[in-house]
Design a binder for this molecule. Structure first.
Ligand code: SAM
Length: 296
């Protein structure tokens, strides 16, 4: 049996989370998508076996939590098999998805070992949702309901704040939806990936957060990224504000894997990726060494 050796970067930050992109393929076309920091089309896609091998090695280096992403991870038909293979020994296996293909697969994913899910839902308004994503809001809501029923707990609903698209009124509707559906609402600040959408849509969420702080019955801070969580009107609301936020980077414990199977130390950079060689553990350690806070 292998022993676990936790690896820390030069800034003393341990790596306990792996965020694995399984594909660049997606059934939606969100107008602000950061593509998990993979700006160029990848040359091929990581196989299920490669994903499993890589996660098994990461576990021996201290990774306890894995999140699958994309593209849209549900376009991968082998997702259940991957989760079934890697979930033993992990503290947390989760998925971020647009939810539109989740209704039929939520139970099977739970049975395979998926613990919880984040579903992107930028608006409850069909016209706004479809303008932002190209998809249908009813499909996403059906996915959220199926996830709750399947016991994927907690279900988090991710809302990227977009100035002039979804605003304070939408957030109020979302808080009510979160309370009624028993999901956690996560309001996310738009990241600046150097594309035109940032200037157009960025909403810094400071006013929204101050309002939540005033109304909250309770406020707690999460270890991961030092994120604040507000308990408001019977709902739980998290606010994720990474932009120009050194605190966020200081408490980051995440390493990424690209859809073509390379280690990626930071969402915001693509000049320090590590090819995975024969010795996956050595590649993992090299990637951890290359981690640097983006905002400091
Ligand atoms: N298709 C899946 C989904 O919708 O969750 C997974 C991929 S998506 C890139 C993962 C998460 O990143 C989603 O919650 C999405 O809202 C968020 N996201 C995408 N682009 C972003 C940006 N520019 N700023 C902040 N969050 C973003």
């Amino acid at each position: 049996m292998s022993t676990t050796q936790r690896v820390k970067d030069r800034f003393g930050r341990p790596v306990t989370n792996l965020r694995v992109s399984l594909t660049q393929g997606c059934n939606q076309s969100c107008l602000y998508c950061h593509r998990e920091g993979q700006w160029e089309p990848a040359d091929g896609e990581i196989s299920g076996e490669e994903v499993v091998d890589l996660i098994e090695v990461a576990k021996t280096r201290g990774v306890e939590k894995v999140k699958f992403t994309g593209g849209e991870p549900l376009v991968r038909q082998d997702l259940e098999r991957i989760i079934e293979a890697v979930s033993p020994g992990l503290r947390d296996v989760s998925l971020t998805t647009n939810g539109t293909m989740l209704a039929d697969r939520a139970r099977g994913l739970r049975a395979a070992g998926l613990d919880r899910v984040n579903v992107s839902l930028d608006s409850l308004d069909e016209d706004v949702y479809s303008a932002v994503t190209g998809g249908s809001v009813d499909d996403a809501v059906a996915g959220i309901q199926a996830a709750v029923e399947a016991g994927l707990y907690p279900v988090k609903v991710n809302v990227v704040a977009l100035r002039g698209v979804n605003d304070d009124g939408d957030f109020e509707d979302m808080i009510e939806f979160a309370r009624a559906t028993d999901v956690i609402l996560q309001l996310i600040e738009l990241l600046d990936t150097g594309e035109a959408y940032f200037e157009r849509y960025h909403h810094d969420l400071s006013g929204v957060e101050a309002g939540l702080e005033r109304r909250a019955e309770k406020v707690v801070r999460r270890e991961m990224h030092n994120r604040a969580k507000y308990f408001v009107d019977g709902a739980e609301v998290e606010v994720v504000r990474p932009v120009h936020n050194p605190e966020f980077c200081r408490s980051c414990t995440r390493l990424r894997v690209t859809s073509d199977g390379r280690f990626k130390p930071c969402l915001m950079r693509d000049d320090n990726l590590v090819e995975v060689g024969e010795d996956v553990g050595a590649s993992f350690v090299e990637a951890v060494k290359r981690r640097e806070p983006y905002y400091c």
